[in-house]
Design a protein around this ligand. Structure first.
Ligand code: FA5
Length: 342
């Protein structure tokens, strides 16, 4: 390989590049010259068989050839881009004065929206917002809530257990934070705990394996069921901007005594509609007076203090608020669904 040969190769390759009409053609020329088994690779492979005096010059020449081809390809690519843009501009319908397409805006997730709304309502009533671990100990999720091992109430909660020994689990409700709050805070206090819960149940339009709840806990001297009812009525008035009648039905949860299911009048109708299944009542949340054993587990003297607690199904409230008829849409992450909340 002589210096003239290299110059000739370079001139030919660069001419071919300059004549290239498409980017695909440029890629082909690049492959043929610079790819595995290409022209430059062949020259480099021939170096060991050359006279020692020639080796350096041919090596440098091959490198120059490579750089020249790369530069020619880049230049031609820029030309092709400019030509394509010019053609587009010339094409009918192009109007440089049109505004650009609108920027896409994100939006808060409906669960975040309702959570913030509830946090606003409850903090205005003197509540603090607490958080707790989603991977919980059996002790907090069950034992300390008066649900010892082998208690039939465990069957109410289809549990995702984590690892060996059945000691760690994904919390099935936000109630374990009741115990953590009792251990940490000095009564009197009021707290809410919005958060994710998990249940190993069959998923359908109203049951998810991952859903949101919001726990409420109020502890103080002389707290009564009257405070619980008053709080729920105030909360409903703020949420739906009108007074709604409530009623209590008996409900069983080992960590409250007495325990209730609290219903509210349907905020959407007078005579019955599809939301309230023609009953004019909607099930709002289970609740009750904190069981003395729970207060004791939290280190609080049940002789001195009483309290109430409630467990709002936050996901169901989101469905009610936005008339979502299938809970599976809430966590599915489908952009077409989420865009509606922008
Ligand atoms: C509880 O989880 C109790 N911890 C509530 C409680 C708190 C009672 C404080 C007393 C005192 P329950 O399993 O019923 O209770 O769930 C409460 C709410 O969470 C239900 O009313 C429902 O709205 C919601 N919920 C329960 N399971 C699911 C699920 N798989 N998908 C969506 N929402 C659910």
């Amino acid at each position: 390989m002589k210096a003239e040969d290299l110059d000739r190769l370079q001139a030919e390759a660069c001419d071919a590049v300059r004549a290239g009409a498409t980017k695909d053609e440029l890629r082909r020329i690049e492959r043929e010259h610079l790819g595995k088994g290409g022209v430059v690779a062949d020259i480099l492979a021939s170096i060991p068989s050359l006279e020692p005096a020639e080796r350096r010059a041919v090596g440098q020449g091959a490198n120059r050839l490579k750089q020249a081809i790369l530069a020619a390809i880049e230049a031609r690519e820029n030309e092709l881009d400019a030509e394509a843009l010019a053609a587009e501009r010339k094409a009918e319908g192009f109007d440089a004065s049109l505004p650009p397409p609108a920027l896409e805006r994100g939006a808060l997730h409906p669960v975040t929206r309702v959570t913030r709304e509830l946090e606003d309502i409850f903090t205005s009533m003197g509540y603090r917002v607490l958080d707790g671990p989603e991977v919980e100990l059996d002790y907090y999720n069950f034992e300390a809530l008066n649900i010892p091992k082998d208690h039939p109430a465990r069957e109410m909660y289809d549990t995702f257990w984590c690892g060996e020994g059945e000691n760690l689990l994904l919390r099935t409700h936000t109630s374990p934070v009741q115990i953590r709050a009792l251990q940490k805070l000095e009564p009197p206090f009021r707290a809410i705990v919005p958060g994710r819960c998990f249940r190993n149940e069959t998923v359908d339009a109203s049951h998810e394996h991952t859903f949101h709840q919001m726990e409420g806990l109020v502890v103080g001297e002389d707290i009564t069921v009257g405070h619980l009812i008053g709080t729920m009525k105030t909360f409903l008035r703020e949420l739906f901007q009108r007074d709604l009648e409530v009623r209590l039905r008996p409900g069983y949860f080992p960590f409250v005594e007495p325990g209730f299911e609290l219903d509210a009048r349907c905020p959407f109708c007078e005579q019955g509609c599809s939301v309230c299944k023609r009953t004019t009542w909607i099930e709002l949340c289970p609740c009750g007076m904190v069981h003395p054993a729970v207060l004791r587990h939290g280190g609080v003297d049940p002789e001195r203090y009483t309290g109430f607690a409630f467990g709002l199904g936050l996901s169901r409230l989101v469905m009610l608020r936005y008339r979502i008829d299938d809970i599976r849409q809430i966590m599915a992450g489908d952009v077409r669904f989420l865009e509606q909340f922008a």
